[in-house]
Design a protein around this ligand. Sequence first.
Ligand SMILES: [Mg+2]
Length: 280
Amino acid sequence: MNRILLLLFLVLITSCADLARNPASSNKIRHIVFDIDWTLTSEVKTDMQGPRIISVEGKKYFIMNGVEEFVEDLLSRKYTKISFFSGGSKERNHVLLQKIKLSDGRSLEEIAFKILNREDLTTSPGALATDKFSVRFKKDLTKISKDLSELIMIDDTENFTLNNSQNEHVIGLGKTYEYFKTFQASTEAVGEYVPRSIDEWSFAKYKLSIIHGAVNSALRESEEQGINLSEAIQIEKTQLNLASNQWNDYSNKMYEQSRRLSKQKSSATCLQLMTSFIDI
Ligand SMILES: [Mg+2]
């Protein structure tokens, strides 16, 4: 019996080896802000069902691949705060965020530092009633933190923040598409938001994971080189070139990095298992 326990212990130690690399953090507070619509979720047809489809106020939304892993990775960092800033109504945003659950059972609403909504948008002076929503109303990122040097936002809508200087802090998703479970399914659809190739479809499918990898790199660079997070993310944005709407070597690398980070999280669960094993 003792041999079996020893063997099990050794297997757990091996599986948890990835945990060894856990970079030290400086104690600056870093803010990661997520938009909601077409960033964390895509609205889908009301008859659609599936494990990643949620229903909110009579509409259905697909939860983008990689959302939970991204948020859980950020939560594991001591000085990182997560917020949400969306043009949706307060009531809709809170219900939607309540329905996205992490592996420990907490919802995105529970882990949020701030949730800002349509009511928190700033009216753009001089905009016309006929202008599009993101021209008439702006997201003022200083409502999350006065110091923007350690703040980045992920948003599909271009130029939605208050001014050009705030736009520098945004990682734009580039072109987004309707959700299609497979590329084959998209070939039966038509419209502006239908991917035209399997590469476009897969790039959209994994985009949040790609950004997860890049944000991880920016956080590490800012810690190791002593630069601001907002400076570090500029380098990532240039290399990813998400506006090109195409995979490149760097986006491939960042996607692989996000997969490794998710595996490390599994190792962390493994460590908890090992702790309970030692308690026996
Ligand atoms: Mg959006």
